[in-house]
Write a protein that binds this ligand. Structure first.
Ligand code: AMP
Length: 520
């Protein structure tokens, strides 16, 4: 079988790759050891060899500085990971050393590893959180190009929002019928997302999505470790280090067992002293987790409100992410939504599978056989913008008799993709140029202090006169990447800002920096 059309879940803690089989069903590609999910961790040996997955994690104890985890949390940051320092540092302070890597370079190593599970790839779709900003999306595409997933010159890599991919997966499961307004609750290792979408047959429209990028399974692990440390201290006087990888792994194991048992005990080796058996019950764990659970409940509540719905409008609740196996999460969902969530799928694999299906729908028809074409023809998908996008404009304040700058929103959060919007503005005086600014914000604010400026360039014009019209068009594609045009109508001068990924030369340069490393 040729593995041509794939979906990749590039997760904070785990990643997975699925391929479309000969009849158009997604299948997870396991690694050589038959693992279906791969830890999103990269290890660099001193002899320039890299390892990805559990092998990378097992090097943490001996060489913590040389193992990089939770790379996805940094995708939008201007940072590099320094192997020498063993931490993320601001790009401004980078010494451009050979042992410094950008989040995109590190992600490309994970993608390359996943790519090797299959054969040649013709079409790849990578999933990103619905909340991911433009720069994080671009960094993900850069990573895919560096990994040469399917040749970076071609238009073969696309992104899809994780909840959309998951809905896709559920909606296509045999014997599962999903319709109406559904909620996707995604609790993985490092992030929490809630999404409400409308599913009509095979058509999926995301209505609203929000989340917390810093709430995930790892936070529950830390709570258990804190409990273990207190118990150990009470009886033997010493504390357990809260960052110790082995203790954290033991805490995670305990947490997973509590998903199916009412209580469990483990033996802890003290930092420099005796071993101790520590027991924790599910009730104790639920008490420890109450503030995390409360934060999740608030998000679910807010998602329903922001979608302008009532709870009983939601027909189904779909679970995604390994941490939704925890009984306290299921109870919280039932409590807030007054409904049982749909169970029975492999929550760790839903996102990659859905992405493979989406890849099939957008693949070149010549890459599909008849059965795949038939399966794909039954699927339709749309998605929404997850931020507000605008520009900095000026207007005259009559009261104060002065001009002031404000954020003028052009694309509303929640607009269905792809979307293109044009707004008219005018020059405030005779001028030879104007700044072209693109802003992004989570709320519909006019206050320019509360927005993130994602691009700013100067547009030179000839003989611009007061009140001349300037037309600004923003178009937002299906991968949620923005294209902006600023046009001075009188002179016909058009200025384009493509908030785009690196050029192939830049990708080549970034790749070359890593040429000394072999990937195992
Ligand atoms: P994901 O990123 O979706 O693969 O989710 C990974 C997270 O799910 C990690 O924090 C795991 O500890 C957690 N997880 C996996 N299985 C279980 C389980 N049975 N009970 C509780 N948490 C789990």
């Amino acid at each position: 079988m040729s593995n041509k059309i794939v979906g990749i879940d590039l997760g904070t803690t785990f990643s997975a790759i699925a391929v479309l089989d000969s009849i158009g069903n997604p299948e997870i590609l396991p690694d050589l050891k038959n693992n279906r999910i791969t830890a999103s961790a990269v290890y660099f040996s001193s002899s320039n060899e890299t390892k990805v997955g559990s092998e990378a994690l097992s090097a943490i104890k001996a060489e913590p500085n040389r193992v990089v985890t939770e790379i996805k949390r940094h995708m939008r940051d201007e940072v590099v990971y320094s192997l020498g320092k063993g931490e993320w540092i601001d790009k401004k302070f980078s010494e451009k050393l050979e042992d410094e890597f950008t989040p995109a370079q590190l992600s490309s190593i994970i993608l390359k590893k996943l790519k090797d599970f299959g054969e040649k790839i013709d079409k790849a779709v990578i999933t990103v959180p619905a909340m991911f900003a433009n720069d994080a999306r671009q960094a993900t595409i850069d990573a895919a190009k560096m990994a040469e997933l399917s040749g970076y010159e071609s238009d073969t890599i696309e992104l899809i929002n994780e909840p959309t991919a998951a809905i896709f997966h559920y909606a296509n499961l045999p014997g599962v019928s999903i319709s109406g307004k559904v909620m996707v609750v995604d609790l993985g290792g490092g992030t929490f997302d809630v999404t409400i979408a409308e599913v009509n047959g095979k058509k999926v429209d995301v209505i609203h999505s929000e989340g917390n990028p810093n709430l995930g399974g790892k936070d529950f692990d830390r709570l258990i470790l804190k409990f273990m440390s207190e118990e150990y201290k009470n009886q033997l006087g010493a504390e357990l280090s809260i960052d110790d990888v082995e203790y954290l792994l033991q805490a995670e194991e305990l947490k997973k067992i509590l998903s199916t048992r009412e209580s469990h005990a483990i033996v802890i080796d003290g930092p420099n002293g005796p071993s101790k058996k520590i027991e924790i019950t599910r009730n104790q764990f639920d008490d420890l987790s109450s503030s995390l659970i409360e934060a999740m409940k608030l998000k679910m509540d807010s998602c329903v409100k922001k979608a302008k719905l009532q709870k009983n409008d939601i027909s189904q609740i779909l679970l995604v992410g390994g941490s939704t196996r925890m009984p306290c999460v299921i109870s919280a969902i039932k409590e807030v939504m007054d409904k049982e969530p749909t169970k029975g799928v492999n929550v760790d694999e839903a996102v990659a599978s859905g992405a493979a299906l989406y890849a099939g729908t957008i693949a070149d028809k010549s890459d599909l056989n008849e059965a795949q074409k038939d399966a794909m023809s039954k699927i339709d998908l749309s998605d929404v913008a997850n931020h507000y996008f605008g520009t900095i404009a000026q207007t005259f304040d009559q009261e104060r008799q002065t001009y002031f700058q404000y954020n003028s929103i052009i694309i509303e959060k929640g607009s269905k993709l792809p979307v293109a919007k044009t707004n008219q503005y005018s020059l405030i005086g005779d001028q030879d140029g104007f700044p072209a600014t693109v802003t992004q914000s989570d709320g519909p604010t006019e206050n320019k202090e509360f927005v993130h400026i994602i691009a700013q360039e100067q547009v030179e014009i000839k003989n611009g006169k007061k009140d001349d019209e300037v037309q600004i068009t923003f178009s937002y594609d299906k991968s949620q990447i923005m294209h902006c045009t600023f046009e001075h109508i009188a002179s016909g001068k058009k200025h384009e800002i493509q908030i785009k990924s690196k050029t192939s030369e830049e990708v080549d340069a970034a790749q070359k920096e890593m040429k000394n490393f072999t990937i195992d």
